[in-house]
Design a protein around this ligand. Structure first.
Ligand code: C2E
Length: 838
């Protein structure tokens, strides 16, 4: 074959042993794979014609020995082989061997082969290696020689062998196809070459060498491009492979070497391996002496490499860790969380820096790690593993926490101290300045604490402070802050209260009362009950321009409480306190007013300009024996806020319908209507339509005599819902009047959609009608609007004859006001107006 020279260049007969991805034939029968493509490329440059000859491994070797083929790719160097073959100098590829088996055999080192049936390529370097190994280590296993790697895998899959041996390039790629797993042990690292028959084709080898040397010096070369193109997940082909993995392979080799026996092997570990061993030694020393946990996990989260720190942490030797996932070493929660983090690296390719809190099963201890995890990639960018470095920061965190606790918390009660309170107060105060919300602080001082401390001793005093702290804390929301300000002083910070000062004040007052109440319960101290009280000073954020002022004012208010005899709370702003008190008194009075029958109804007549009485407006009156008569202007908003307006409104409706039913029986009054004021809360009540229907039915009042009055401003909240409700009520036959008309901003489009019967001109326009031309213009407009929408218009608040005349002149026909009749009990209603002259 050496002498076959064709005119177009020389022909090179190539032995092709099917060993993907290193060497195989393509669809055209030409050599391909890494060795095939490289050789083809060189042949193209050198003008060689390649002629492939298919052979199995043993036959390929025979053909080469006999000189029937010129060149055989993918041959591992060994001194024995060097006797009968020639090799070039620069290795074309590096490879090592692995063991592949069904999952029940977990072979963590070669000694585990004892008693097993091992399928191995006949006459391969692994075959030689295992024979030597078995003899030297006196371990007996059965070697089953096969003609191809595929045949070895088939034997294991069929149960005719326990383990298949293959180079990792083939094995890692094909194991899954045969449902075999790769075992962690790696051995027999080899350098792969193109080989020729001894002393033949020396020029070809020299040419190949030249290409390989040039290519391997240039990461952009055809060589690296080819190797990455054929790289599959799990492969790690070219010489620049990550250090750690090479190291992992070599460590196994060196372990064997250190056994001392395999002398033949020691001889052909070339300079490169010695260099690598040096690096590996250094790396091992470093990896095992750093104070961090270092590991590599594969894409299925299984450990591939761990350093000593990890072995220590898990309480197991590295061999018992490799191949397993975190679920064996951490509790379920930790393992799950670790997998989530690892997934970000292995699936999304993120570089993750994260704090991980894990509990190891070996000692059931929780530790905090600061972990840095990065993806390891093939040269084509594909991720094949994760490399992580986790530093145990448990102690550091604990120290940090302790420092923080000392700096910001009170040592005795563990409450926030003055410093933390001031920080939070500053934040809350600034927020309240930006948002529509209020805040407050309560300065709490225990009454006569010093006496207790002096008589029962400091230890008991401390115990009391702790109990006080925990009782106060129980009453607060999470967003509130309770701080120990010093000695027996506590401060409560309330933020994000309602913007309305009186409502916010009321909420603070309720809390102050509750705190005083729980502090007045006896404390168990030194085996006896002890009762204390507290004085509380309250300052609202709106009382002060800055935080210092606020604290000062709360302090002043607290002294005020002390001066007034202790065991009480005081607001800094006495006016607000008075208001809050009055509101509280009204609200508690209002709650009972209905059952104590303190309400009554007044009626104010409404007349037509022809002198006829049309009906009356119903006005609610409340007489409280302690507070005296209370104006509806004061108590209706309170009733609305508390929801009491629902039972009160129902009572007004019931009384009014009863009155209508009485009038219906009197021919003179039978057409009189009653206008009943409605709160929008009643209208929004889901049972309201039913209530009106039932009340009409039960009293027998005619619906058309019932006029429901709504104010314009109330209407504007949720107008669509209001319209729907009014329409349902309109279907009952009930009529509607729009009160205070002109003060709101109803748009005409809404007015047209409302089932209205009447507009009521607000009293404020009537009052200034004679002096203010714009009020006259507004009244004129309302009358015109009523006309065009066919709505009756009534003027309220008519107090003088002049107003009455002016309104008549503008075309107004219906009137209500002191001039014609004041609100009064029903008996005082008169059929004709009391207006002098009518
Ligand atoms: N200056 C002046 N005032 C006059 C004149 N004529 C009548 N008034 C007063 O004007 C108010 C008219 O009632 P409103 O506008 O519906 O305003 C009512 C109404 O909004 C509400 N209110 C009264 N009763 C009820 C009720 O049963 N339910 C609801 N939801 N609100 C009610 O309380 C408001 C105040 O009621 P009152 O104090 O009774 O005050 C009544 C009445 O006494 C006048 O010529 N000059």
């Amino acid at each position: 074959a050496d002498k076959l020279v064709q005119p177009g260049g020389r022909t090179l007969v190539v032995g092709v042993y099917q060993n993907p991805p290193k060497i195989m034939v393509n669809a055209d029968g030409m050599p391909t794979g890494i060795f095939g493509d490289l050789l083809q490329h060189i042949a193209d440059q050198q003008n060689w014609q390649l002629k492939p000859v298919a052979c199995d491994w043993a036959y390929c070797l025979e053909l080469l020995a006999s000189g029937d083929i010129d060149i055989l790719p993918d041959v591992a160097y060994s001194p024995e082989r060097a006797q009968g073959m020639s090799f070039h100098q620069t290795p074309a590829l590096y490879s090592w061997s692995r063991l592949y088996s069904l999952p029940e055999h977990n072979i963590t080192d070669l000694s585990k082969l004892a008693g097993l049936r091992v399928a191995v390529l006949l006459n391969s370097s692994q075959h030689n290696f295992l024979q030597h190994y078995g003899q030297h280590e006196q371990i007996s296993f059965q070697l089953k020689g096969v003609s191809s790697l595929r045949a070895a895998f088939n034997l294991v899959a069929a149960g005719d062998a326990d383990v298949a041996v293959a180079n990792h390039l083939f094995g890692d790629n094909r194991a899954a196809e045969f449902q075999l797993q790769a075992n962690p042990v790696r051995f027999d690292p080899v350098e792969l070459f193109y080989a020729t028959t001894k002393d033949r084709n020396q020029q070809v080898l020299a040419d190949i060498d030249q290409y390989l040397q040039q290519w391997q010096a240039d990461p952009q070369s055809y060589y690296f491009e080819t190797v990455s193109r054929w790289s599959q997940p799990g492969f790690n082909l070219h010489p620049a492979a990550p250090m750690l993995l090479i190291w992992a392979v070599l460590s196994t080799v060196l372990l064997l070497l250190s056994g001392g026996g395999v002398l033949w092997y020691r001889r052909h570990v070339n300079q490169r391996l010695r260099n690598l061993q040096l690096s590996e030694d250094r790396l091992t020393t470093i990896l095992n002496s750093v104070d961090a946990h270092i590991y590599i996990k594969d894409k299925r989260f299984r450990y591939q490499y761990v350093n000593h720190k990890i072995a220590e942490l898990f309480g197991k030797p590295a061999e018992q860790i490799i191949g397993h996932t975190d679920s064996l070493f951490f509790d379920a929660n930790s393992a799950e969380q670790l997998q989530v983090n690892d997934q970000r690296v292995l699936v999304d390719g993120e570089r993750v820096v994260i704090e991980e809190t894990n509990t190891t099963v070996s000692d059931n201890e929780e530790r905090v790690f600061l972990s840095v995890k990065l993806p390891l990639r093939h040269s084509n960018g594909e991720i094949y593993a994760l490399c992580g470095i986790s530093t145990d920061v448990t102690e550091h965190k604990e120290t940090q926490r302790a420092i923080h606790q000392l700096a910001f918390y009170d040592a005795l009660t563990s409450l926030p101290n003055r410093r933390l309170l001031l920080e939070r107060l500053e934040q809350a105060f600034n927020m309240a300045a930006r948002l529509p919300c209020q805040g407050a602080i309560l300065f709490i001082d225990l009454d006569h604490f010093k006496d207790l401390n002096d008589t029962l001793g400091h230890a008991v005093g401390d115990e009391l402070l702790c109990q006080v702290a925990s009782r106060l804390n129980e009453q607060l929301r999470k967003s509130d802050t309770l701080a120990r300000f010093g000695g027996d002083e506590f401060v409560v910070l309330l933020s994000q209260l309602q913007p309305r000062a009186d409502l916010a004040g009321q909420r603070v007052e309720l809390l102050a009362m509750k705190l005083m109440e729980i502090l007045s319960q006896p404390f168990q101290l030194a085996e006896r009950n002890y009762t204390i009280s507290a004085s509380i000073g309250i300052a609202m954020f709106s009382d002060a321009g800055n935080v210092d002022e606020l604290l000062q004012r709360a302090d002043l208010a607290m002294y005020d409480a002390k001066n007034r005899g202790r065991n009480r709370y005081c607001f800094y702003d006495s006016k607000l306190q008075a208001k809050v008190l009055a509101r509280s008194a009204l609200q508690s009075g209002l709650r009972q007013a209905l059952s104590l029958q303190q309400f009554s109804l007044y009626f104010q007549p409404q007349y037509h300009s022809d002198g006829q009485m049309l009906g009356a407006e119903v006005l609610l009156r409340w007489f409280d024996p302690e507070l005296g008569p209370v104006s509806p202007v004061e108590f209706i908003p309170l009733a609305e806020d508390s929801g009491l307006i629902l039972p009160i409104g129902a009572w007004v409706l019931q009384q009014s319908c009863q009155q209508l039913a009485d009038w219906q029986r009197d021919p003179v009054k039978t057409h009189w209507h009653l206008a009943v004021n409605l709160s929008v809360r009643q209208l929004h009540d889901p049972d309201f339509v039913k209530l009106v229907r039932d009340t009409l039915q039960q009293t027998g009042a005619r619906p058309e005599n019932l006029v429901l009055e709504l104010t314009e401003t109330q209407l504007l909240e949720d107008i669509e819902a209001v319209i729907a409700k009014m329409q349902q009520l309109g279907e009952l036959g009930v009529r509607f009047s729009l009160d205070d008309f002109g003060t709101g901003y109803s748009s005409l489009s809404y007015l047209k959609r409302l089932p209205l019967n009447q507009l009521k001109i607000d009293g404020s326009f009537v009052r200034d009608l004679l002096d203010d031309p714009s009020d006259e213009a507004i009244i004129r407009t309302i009358l015109a609007l009523g006309n065009s929408l066919e709505l009756a218009v009534i003027a309220e608040g008519v107090e003088t004859e002049a107003q009455y005349q002016a309104l008549c002149k503008l075309g107004c026909q219906q009137f209500q006001g002191y001039l014609l009749g004041r609100p009064a009990p029903v008996e005082q209603l008169t059929v004709t107006p009391q207006r002098p002259g009518l």
